[in-house]
Design a protein around this ligand. Structure first.
Ligand code: FAD
Length: 457
């Protein structure tokens, strides 16, 4: 008996329910990854994520080989490639993880029908890429929660499934062939500081973070210079780590750091249940409609300054440069730069979200689009009119200026708090800096959102 295990956003061997289920009933399995043409056509396969994915596939193949198996990779139309593999392997069933986007739901539907047409069954497993799947906890009056806090209360009470053991041996039928795996070195346009991908790296990172970071997480996570968050988002996005496993481990650890970390993991599930219920929220305003944003046509220079990290606001520029260099930013930096673009420059959140999705190694439709909507005030924030002051925030979250100095070398000679407001320096000092003037003055920028909104509505 043979089963195909279709791997998608679950590129690991530990805690992998579809793989365990397949191994329970089959003597041989085909671990299959399909480089889906549709993902590439949608523009989602950007260099940073392609490079990280190449690492993940190589690591998974090595882990499978250690257990007597190997990874089979194919490219093309996912449904056609799975059906071809099933025929070649003469497999009885296909196992995969559930995806919760509209794209994933449609793909799964097509696959199920194609397999049924040839008398094969598709088994879709929940709780692989999220801990509490969309639709599991719902309020009395709706199909999903629109506000985080009541969601979190229910989410936290939901029992976690037990962990699935990593397989020791895997037999892959010899005659099932695949294509060579992609190599990270073949991808161009990758951020120089992009982290390495793969389950092995992910597990190392967890071990280090559990030793050195987790207990202080609550106190330090917003400290920009300390760089003290887990940096596990890329591993959660590609599924090289299991959210269920992280939650079991964090709950076992306990204490304020682990509790705060658990709460952040709930935000992931929260956004996924919003997007699953309202797939149009990937592009359209979720709660409060705003048709009056400035756009590429009306704010081109401001948008370009923001993208390049040359707005004249040091903390914003530091964050935008980190994004390009590492393909990642801490949450506080994402909040500040997104608020600056939407609330201070009054630019459409979709423009910022697209830029983030181009660079972020953890770029995820649910987490990115809905966090952007949260900041822009069109989404699930219960205080949609809040505007973050980039100077006050910089003084609070980068009090010594270490973060700005790391990413904006033009200001490396300045001390805090002066480096957060270089336009206030005496004229000769200011003139000596090769650093732009602010694209917009404060408090003008802080009022802009409210004035524009009052005018437009
Ligand atoms: P930690 O602080 O260590 O948190 C642990 C984990 O909790 C993270 O790895 C992540 O999986 C989850 N988490 C934390 N905060 C959030 C949040 N607000 N929403 C959802 N999950 C969260 N996260 C993504 O994974 N992909 C994105 O595309 C993405 N885009 C974002 C865009 C904006 C404008 C904002 C404000 C936030 C975005 N986030 C996104 C959420 C968050 O910023 C990142 O998950 C976090 O910064 C990743 O770093 P970390 O792993 O060190 O997080």
């Amino acid at each position: 008996r043979v089963s195909v295990v279709l791997l998608t956003s679950d590129l690991r061997l530990h805690d992998h329910p579809p793989l365990c289920a397949a191994l329970e009933t089959a003597d041989a399995v085909v671990p299959l990854f399909v480089m889906d043409r549709a993902v590439e056509a949608a523009g989602f396969a950007v260099p940073n994520r392609r490079a990280f994915l190449a690492d993940c596939l190589a690591d998974l193949d090595a882990a499978l080989r250690q257990r007597g198996g190997r990874l089979v990779m194919r490219s093309g139309d996912l449904v056609e490639e799975v059906c071809r593999t099933v025929a070649q392997a003469n497999a009885d069933e296909v196992h995969m993880s559930a995806g919760y986007s509209l794209f994933a739901a449609r793909r799964e539907d097509r696959l199920r029908r194609a397999l049924e047409a040839v008398g094969r069954r598709l088994f879709v497993h929940d709780t692989v890429t999220v801990a509490v799947p969309p639709g599991t906890v719902t309020p009395a009056s709706s199909d999903h929660f629109a506000v985080f806090t009541p969601y979190y209360r229910r989410w936290a009470q939901h029992p976690l499934r037990p962990l699935a053991a990593a397989p020791r041996r895997i037999r892959v039928p010899n005659h099932v062939g695949g294509e060579p795996l992609p190599a990270r070195s073949d991808v161009t346009g990758v951020s120089p500081g992009l982290p390495a991908g793969g389950e092995t790296e992910g597990r190392k990172r967890v071990a280090t973070y559990w030793r050195r970071g987790l207990d202080a997480y609550e106190d330090t996570r917003d400290d920009l210079a300390a760089d003290s968050t887990s940096r596990l988002s890329c591993h959660l996005h590609f599924g090289t780590l299991s959210p269920v496993e992280l939650l079991h481990r964090a709950r076992r650890r306990g204490g304020p750091g682990a509790d705060a970390f658990v709460r952040q993991l709930a935000w992931r599930d929260f956004h996924h249940q919003v997007l699953a219920a309202r797939p149009e929220a990937a592009h359209a305003d979720y709660r409060t409609r705003n048709d009056h944003w400035r756009t590429e046509h009306t704010a081109r220079a401001d948008i370009e300054a923001w993208r390049q990290g040359r707005t004249g606001y040091p903390v914003i520029d530091a964050a935008m440069r980190q994004l390009r260099y590492e393909g990642w930013m801490p949450n506080r930096a994402r909040l500040l730069t997104a608020s600056f673009l939407t609330k201070t420059l009054y630019v459409d959140w979709r423009i910022g979200a697209a830029h983030f999705l181009h660079w972020l190694v953890d770029g995820d439709v649910a987490d990115n689009q809905l966090n952007w909507q949260w900041v822009a005030g069109t989404g699930t924030d219960t205080r949609p009119n809040r505007v973050l002051n980039p100077v006050a925030q910089a003084k609070r979250y980068d009090p010594d200026g270490g973060y700005v100095r790391r990413w904006v070398p033009e200001l490396a000679g300045l001390a805090a708090p002066a480096l957060h407001e270089p336009w206030k320096l005496p004229a000769p000092d200011r003139a000596a800096l090769d650093y732009p003037d602010p694209v917009i003055a404060l408090p003008d920028g802080l009022d802009r959102f409210r004035r524009a909104r009052d005018r437009d509505h």
